[in-house]
Write a protein that binds this ligand. Structure first.
Ligand code: SF4
Length: 696
């Protein structure tokens, strides 16, 4: 890719996309930027197509290079001072008229740790609002909640990803890494070589196709399946009684619930044969080393936290978590999905992954920030609740969005778009004019991955440095600059909101010290020397904590908790009017809402149009054929998509990728039922009907 930037450079860094954070090298010489894979344990020197083409993001014709301000209904170029003054004045006016909570802030799980931290502090100190949350709520909040209640701490994968290679058996629930993060697949080779790879997925994904056992439950029945396999494990004599006695609490209560979910009963609900449930249990129990791993497919449900607890209960019953070479882990999706929830942009968390309602945590953070604990706002609404209330009597009247494209990625997307349109004021910071940015009153053009230093925390809880390789285009500034300038205009001292990533990180280290996610001992110097450290790292001599649960779990008594859970079904089932179930997911060529990847020609050449996967018989029932334009309609809206007939699909299920905009948004149909524990929306199942697309 050609670059207009003045500076040229070369840097070992990491991919701008997903949570694997593959190692790569950026070379910027003679007018061109190239990327090449670099050895890093998580990717073993590999990249996927998104990583290989990531240089195209840097000089995309879609790149924003000047602030935009809305005037007479149109966005027009503006200077930085005008844009910043306009936002500060707009926020100040709305706060004065309606109070601090009238301004909302929405962040992203792709932002660097420094930006996540600065955003949380900006919301709570400069704005004084409790209305802050981020798109990670839509990503893996249910797994985070389940991990915390089981282990006392949520560190997605509490072991290095390379440990997986030594496993004889791995159960992957709702995860498709062969397609979504291909270099990860190398770590599954031990289990698949031992014929011990079990994949739970309603679709026969590329990962499921590699499995030795593919369990294909009806969408929304994952918890029933987890209970059935637990039942099979216990009834089959596979309970690790010594481990359960010495390292856990609560088995009896959990078993009281699971005892009524015998495999034949579960077969009637899920469609997964009882014999296969027993086989899965035996494969895990018979392995020398085994893992249970979850991801969005099983987590994005209105019973998502309980579903993950169901899988964790299974892992605990088999004695896997906290044992060398075995365990439970969650595969984070977004680039900084792990770090994104640790530093305070989540509505119920403060930096250091502290709970916002904990008095000692509030006192510590308030002291660090130079404010009184009583001036620190409390927990705010979860992401969808925040969006749903926008512009209403009880919701925010103004919204600042950083690193998120909620007009595409939120459930019931048309409703969320209406809510955005009803705001008094919307400001968005992004690298391109995303669908959300296009609705804004002010748009800030901001830097991206190779244009500034910043740390990320990958799916192993490993903190790494993305280094600056090139200067940003003229006119583009860091999100940290935007926050610092706005804070100053809102009356904060400039030193409270520095713009240099290392200064922000040093403050983050101090504030996180003593917390769950303790970054105190991670320094830019160590990271520049090549370290990539698993938190907690309490001091600068500490080597990091790759496997935090080997000796004890993080509850005060060191024991893990079984959590009693039972199955009651998804919020919305198929019926006469909407007889099919829709589920959503990612594609190899795209990432999240597609705001980045839809601007990369090579990726659009792979998958450039919205489609719906349907079983051929199901398509015939609706008088549709492969390649034909169709509509998929739920109680919330209609999405337009081209039919792809896929014989391996369940006949009651259709699949929609969620990367496409406008009337191709999968989230036009998705459900807003929320998990009561985590606030996770039920993206992975809703009732729909198919139709012919009369508009084409
Ligand atoms: Fe690696 Fe993920 Fe980037 Fe692909 S998108 S290169 S899997 S970090």
């Amino acid at each position: 890719a050609e670059v207009q930037a003045a500076a040229r450079g070369s840097a070992p860094t990491h991919c701008p996309y997903c949570a694997l954070q593959c190692g790569m090298r950026v070379e910027a010489t003679q007018g061109a930027v190239t990327v090449a894979p670099r050895e890093f344990p998580a990717n073993g020197g590999g990249l996927c197509q998104k990583g290989w083409t990531s240089a195209a993001l840097l000089d995309s014709p879609a790149r924003l290079t000047t602030p935009l301000v809305r005037e007479r209904g149109q966005l027009r170029p503006a200077g930085w001072d005008e844009a910043l003054d306009t936002v500060a004045a707009g926020l100040g006016r709305i706060r004065a008229e309606h109070g601090a909570d009238a301004v909302g802030v929405f962040g992203g799980g792709g932002l660097t740790n420094e930006k996540c931290y600065a955003l949380g502090k900006f919301a709570r100190v400069a704005l004084g609002t409790s209305n802050i949350d981020y798109n990670g709520r839509f990503c893996m909040s249910s797994a985070a909640a389940a991990g915390t209640r089981a282990f006392g701490m949520d560190r997605g994968m509490p072991f290095p990803v390379t440990d997986l290679a030594g496993a004889d058996a791995i159960l992957l629930a709702g995860s498709n890494p062969v397609e979504t993060m291909p270099p990860f697949a190398q770590h599954l080779s031990g289990a698949s070589g031992c014929e011990g790879l079990v994949v739970v997925d309603p679709r026969r994904t590329p990962t499921a196709a590699r499995a030795n056992l593919h369990l294909q439950p009806a969408p929304g029945t994952d918890l029933a399946l987890a209970l059935g396999i637990l039942h099979a494990a216990v009834a089959g004599g596979h309970l690790d009684t010594e481990y359960v006695r010495t390292r856990t609490d609560g088995f009896d209560a959990a078993w009281q619930q699971a005892a009524s979910w015998w495999p034949e009963r579960v077969e009637r609900i899920t469609g997964v044969a009882a014999a296969d449930q027993r086989r899965a249990a035996a494969m895990l129990a018979g392995a020398r080393n085994a893992y249970v791993l979850t991801a969005r497919g099983t987590e994005q449900h209105a019973d998502g936290t309980d579903t993950v607890s169901g899988w964790i209960n299974l892992a605990l019953a088999l004695g896997l978590p906290g044992r060398a070479g075995s365990g439970y882990g969650c595969l984070t999706g977004q680039g900084n999905g792990q770090g994104g929830r640790e530093h305070g942009q989540k509505s119920d968390q403060l930096p250091g992954y502290r709970k916002i309602d904990d008095a000692a945590s509030r006192a510590h953070v308030a002291h660090q920030w130079g404010i009184a604990p009583e001036d620190l706002p409390g927990a705010g609404p979860s992401a969808y609740e925040l969006l749903d209330a926008l512009g209403t009597e009880h919701g925010a009247k103004a919204l600042l969005v950083f690193g998120s494209n909620v007009a595409v990625s939120a459930p019931r997307a048309a409703h969320v778009t209406d809510r955005l349109a009803g705001l008094d004021f919307l400001a968005v910071a992004d690298i391109v004019l995303s669908e959300t940015a296009a609705m804004a009153d002010v748009v800030f053009p901001v830097t991206q991955w190779a244009e500034e230093d910043g740390t990320m925390t990958n799916l192993e809880g490993r903190v790494l440095l993305r280094r600056k390789a090139i200067d940003p285009p003229a006119g583009v500034r860091s999100d940290l600059h935007v926050l610092g300038e706005l804070a100053t205009r809102l009356g904060q001292p400039p030193e409270a909101f520095p713009c240099e990533p290392q200064r922000v990180f040093d403050e983050l280290r101090r504030v996180s010290a003593g917390g769950v996610a303790d970054y105190a001992g991670i320094t830019y110097e160590r990271l520049r020397d090549g370290a990539a450290l698993h938190w907690p790292v309490p001091d600068t001599e500490h080597p990091g904590t790759p496997r935090p649960f080997l000796d004890r779990f993080a509850h005060p008594d060191g024991r893990a908790r079984f959590v009693p859970v039972t199955y009651s079904g998804p919020a919305e089932g198929a019926d006469e009017d909407y007889p099919l179930l829709a589920t959503t997911g990612r594609l190899l060529a795209h990432y999240q809402s597609g705001a980045q990847t839809r601007n990369v020609d090579e990726l659009m050449a792979v998958d450039g149009e919205m489609f719906v996967e349907v079983h051929p018989d199901t398509a015939r029932r609706y008088d549709l054929s492969d390649g034909e334009a169709a509509t998929v309609t739920s109680r919330r809206g209609t999405v337009h998509a081209v039919v792809r007939c896929v014989p391996s699909m369940r006949m009651d299920t259709v699949f929609l990728p969620f990367h496409f905009p406008e009337d191709n948004r999968a989230n036009l149909v998705t459900s807003t039922a929320l998990d009561p524990v985590s606030g996770m929306p039920e993206f992975k199942v809703c009732a729909v009907r198919l139709g012919r697309d009369r508009g084409t």
